[in-house]
Structures are given as structure tokens and as C-alpha cells.
Design a binder for this molecule. Structure first.
Ligand SMILES: C[S@@+](CC[C@H](N)C(=O)[O-])C[C@H]1O[C@@H](n2cnc3c(N)ncnc32)[C@H](O)[C@@H]1O
Length: 473
């Protein structure tokens, strides 16, 4: 008989007698867990392995007998002998003692779960006794999600609950909102003040079940280049916390899957023919925050790398709105990496310079001649339209026409494309925005796979020492 879907429960075994039948390593491992839970463990087996000998248990060196489980709350068997297992299970059933039999689901009235403990939190995974290996694998994956942030959430919830014990019930309180807020911050003091606000709102005589006071707040969050795996843990927490997300056009479609259903989305993406003035965005953020909303301003890459995040932070600060910044993985680094290009490489590129190519010809905001002299690697964002002018300006500044160039389009997205060329070909190759342009000796590398192609430039090894400087005329 396979055990039907079990009812998970955490037994308080401290001081309670528990029997373990078996003296091998599996029995010892189970006995160890029971000892750690505080149980008074008796092991019955003709022989005990070294691990079993080390445990603080009572050892009875003989085979199992009827009556051994008298007075026990639980019995665990881990023996090869099917008859002994069946006898233990039958006795347990008759005595109404729960029985776990290793590798014998038909004799189990209780299954043990794969456990991970961190502080007050226990992750327990069951596959209903079908596969301890799968349960352990899943347990490890879930355990990886526990960190200092989850510790803070548990501490805050426990603190709030302790303080609210005077109330008959804490049901109906907006726990979820409190915990989302705590999860999205990085600071114990801030967590305590959120708990204070929650408790005062919950105990206020006039508004006993009011949610946390509307404290509009904005998080300027970097979404990375588009691959959801490159969202930071803090960004994911912020997206769960938000009730409205104000986003750019450059935020990848896949990222939206990390936003819970029900969160309002406002698209303020600046697209050709549909510019959204920066002041309008700033004013919108202020207005949303002032109405008590939890606002995420989601931007591609990093908010402070050509993302105008600084201007939005200033607008919020000027309006007295609280904000945090969650940095993101900038396309300036992620796009080259996605093409197998290390932006610095010992002996090849000792510096990396990130430059805007926006309106390069018109504004001359960048001293391209100086950039040409820097050696190292140049990473140009927003340079697709002006790429021919940029290539010309760099050559005019002294950069060799044959300097390798890699252009990474839609980095990290399913339709990513990489083009490689020489600097003097940059203006004529086919490129569609958004793309990041990498210029310098490293751009001829492709380190995506160990045996992968190693593009070479004019027969020269791209790893020639000082290739960046040597590329200068
Ligand atoms: C307005 S800037 C914003 C940069 C962004 N804040 C960051 O840190 O990545 C936009 C430029 O970033 C680059 N970019 C953004 N996402 C990209 C992607 N997925 N692939 C390649 N380049 C990208 C392009 O050069 C694009 O023109």
C-alpha cells in the first residue's frame, strides 16, 4: 500500500521515547535527527555501526522483539530484513504508534521529510515517500532561497505577533503587505520601524485593522539587460513589494513574468515618435508615492548608467518622497559578457570606458579623440544610429582602423545577435537597436565556451600583450 497524500506536521519529540530499529548508517542518520529534535532514542539491533555508537542513545544489542515499542511515540525502522520490518509495522499499527520504515513505503504510517533548518525556519520537503533523492534535491533548491532577508522577515513577523498577542486574534491584518515591505529593505532599523507602524495601526482604537499607514515610497530598480536570471534578488523582492511598476521600453518581456498578477503596470518607455518628457515621469512617481502607493520605477540595466535615474532621484528628493535605489546589471557589462567578451583582460585591456553614443555627431559631448587615446576597451551605449560617426571620430583620434569591434544586439534575450567587425566597418554593418558596441582588442575574443571559436584579427593573436595600445597608429 502506498501512503496516500500525507498530512505534514511537526512533532514535538523533546523528552519523548522513540524507537529506532536497526544499527546501520541509515538507522544512525535517522536516530541522529531524532536526537537533535530532543527525543529519547532507543536503538535496537544486533550490531551498531560506528556512527550509531557515537550517538547519545540507549543501544539494545539484539534483534527486535514484540513489546520494544511499548511507551514509544514513534518508531523508525531501517533494516534489510523484510520480516522484522513487517513485524515492527504490525506492532506499531496495533499500538497506534506512527511508523516510518526506510525504503518500505507499504509499511509507513509516517514518512520523514528532507529537512533544512535556518534559525527558526525549517524547510521540509516530502515526495510522499516516493523519492528521498528528489526531496533532498528540492530541499537544497529551496534552502538556497533563505538568506539574511528571509531571516529579517521572520524576525519582523515574530516581533509583530508577540506585540499583538494582547489582541484576541491577529487575523485580518495586512501581514502580507508588512512582510513584502520588510523583504524589500536591507536594514534592521527600518524593519523595526515598519513593525512599529504595523503594530500601532493594528492597535489604534479608531482603526483597529488599518493597513500600515500609507507611506508612499519609490524604488528605482535596475532590471538588467533583459534575462530574468540577471535580476538581482533585491530587484525580485522589490517587484513583489510593489503595487505599481512604472517601466521603460527597454525592460525585457521576460522580466514582466517576475511581476505578480494584479500589480499595476505603467509604460513610460521613450520610443521614437512617442517621447515621454522626463519631468512627466518624475511628476508621476511623486504623485503615485504621495497617494501612498508602493512604486517601483523599473529601468533597463542599471538606473544610474545612462538611465536618468539620477534625475528621478533628485525629483523625488525635492518632493520629499522616500526612495531607494536597487542597482542592476548594466548592459555595459552584461552585453559584452553575453558575447563572450571580457571587457578587461590581463595584458590586453587594463581599462574599460563606458561612453554614450547618443547624438554623438550633434552634441560632441564626448571627446572621441581622447577616448581613442585611452587604450583599453570602449563600451558605447546608445551608439547604433551614430556608429559611423563614432568610428570616424575614433579613427580621426588615432585609433587603428583594424581595431576589433563587437556589436551585441538585444543581449541576454532569446533573439540576441552578435556581429564582429573592424572599426572601419562599424558604420556599414547591419545593426538594430538596442545594441552595445565594444571597441578594442578584447572585442575579437569569444570565451562563451571553452572549446569555442577564438576570432583572430588579421592573423594576429588578440591576446598579444598591450594589444590595446599597439592598436594605436
Ligand atoms: C538609455 S541606455 C540605458 C542603459 C541601461 N541603464 C544599462 O545600464 O544597461 C540604453 C542603451 O543600453 C544598451 N542596452 C540596453 N539593453 C541592451 C541589451 N539588452 N542589449 C544590448 N544593449 C543594450 C544599448 O546601447 C541601449 O541603446
Amino acid at each position: 500500500m502506498t501512503v496516500a497524500a500525507g498530512f505534514p506536521i511537526s512533532l514535538v519529540l523533546a523528552g519523548r521515547p522513540v524507537l529506532v530499529v536497526g544499527g546501520g548508517r541509515v538507522a544512525a542518520a535517522k536516530a541522529r535527527q531524532l536526537v537533535e529534535a530532543g527525543a529519547q532514542v532507543t536503538m535496537v539491533a544486533p550490531r551498531f555501526c560506528a556512527e550509531a555508537e557515537e550517538l547519545t542513545v540507549r543501544r539494545v544489542p539484539r534483534t527486535y522483539r514484540h513489546g520494544d515499542l511499548d511507551g514509544c511515540w514513534l518508531v523508525v525502522t531501517a533494516v534489510d530484513d523484510a520480516e522484522v520490518t513487517a513485524a515492527v509495522a504490525a506492532d506499531a499499527e496495533a499500538a497506534r504508534v506512527f511508523c516510518n520504515a526506510a525504503d518500505r513505503p507499504e509499511h509507513c504510517s509516517a514518512t520523514l521529510m528532507a529537512l533544512h533548518r535556518r534559525g527558526e525556519v525549517t524547510v521540509a520537503v516530502s515526495t510522499n515517500g516516493r523519492s528521498p533523492a528528489a526531496a533532498g534535491w528540492l530541499r537544497d533548491r529551496l534552502a538556497g532561497a533563505l538568506d539574511a532577508r528571509t531571516d529579517r522577515v521572520v524576525r519582523a513577523a515574530a516581533a509583530a505577533r508577540d506585540r499583538l498577542r494582547v489582541r484576541r486574534s491577529s487575523e485580518g491584518l495586512p501581514w502580507r503587505a508588512l512582510l513584502d515591505e520588510v523583504a524589500a529593505i536591507d536594514d534592521d532599523a527600518e524593519a523595526s520601524s515598519l513593525v512599529d507602524r504595523f503594530v500601532s495601526a493594528a492597535t489604534a482604537p479608531t482603526a483597529p485593522i488599518a493597513p500600515t499607514a500609507p507611506v508612499g515610497r519609490v524604488k528605482l530598480v535596475g532590471a538588467g539587460p533583459g534575462d530574468p536570471d540577471l535580476l538581482t534578488v533585491a530587484a525580485v523582492a522589490a517587484l513583489r513589494w510593489a503595487d505599481v511598476v512604472v517601466h521603460d521600453a527597454l525592460v525585457g518581456d521576460e522580466i514582466f513574468r517576475s511581476i505578480p498578477a494584479g500589480t499595476e503596470l505603467i509604460d513610460v518607455g521613450k520610443r521614437p515618435g512617442r517621447p515621454v518628457p522626463q519631468e512627466t515621469i518624475g511628476a508621476l512617481l511623486v504623485q503615485l508615492a504621495r497617494s501612498g502607493r508602493r512604486v517601483v520605477r523599473l529601468k533597463g540595466g542599471d538606473p544610474y548608467v545612462f538611465g536618468r535615474g539620477g534625475e528621478e532621484a533628485l525629483a523625488l528628493g525635492a518632493a520629499g518622497v522616500d526612495y531607494d535605489v536597487v542597482p542592476g546589471v548594466s548592459a555595459a557589462l552584461a552585453a559584452p559578457a553575453a558575447a563572450g567578451v571580457p571587457v578587461t583582460h590581463r595584458g590586453v585591456a587594463a581599462a574599460v570606458t563606458v561612453i554614450t553614443g547618443h547624438r554623438a555627431r550633434e552634441l560632441a559631448a564626448v571627446d572621441w579623440a581622447a577616448a581613442a587615446r585611452l587604450g583599453g576597451t570602449l563600451v558605447v551605449l546608445m551608439g547604433v544610429t551614430e556608429r559611423a560617426a563614432i568610428a570616424e571620430a575614433l579613427q580621426a583620434g588615432g585609433l587603428n582602423a583594424a581595431t576589433p569591434v563587437a556589436v551585441v544586439e538585444r543581449a541576454g534575450r532569446p533573439d540576441q545577435r552578435v556581429a564582429r567587425a573592424r572599426l572601419d566597418e562599424l558604420g556599414v554593418i547591419d545593426v538594430v537597436a538596442p545594441a552595445t558596441i565594444v571597441i578594442g582588442a578584447v572585442a575579437s575574443l569569444d570565451l562563451r565556451s571553452p572549446g569555442g571559436p577564438r576570432p583572430r584579427l588579421d592573423g594576429r593573436t588578440p591576446l598579444e600583450p598591450d594589444a590595446g595600445t599597439a592598436a594605436l597608429r
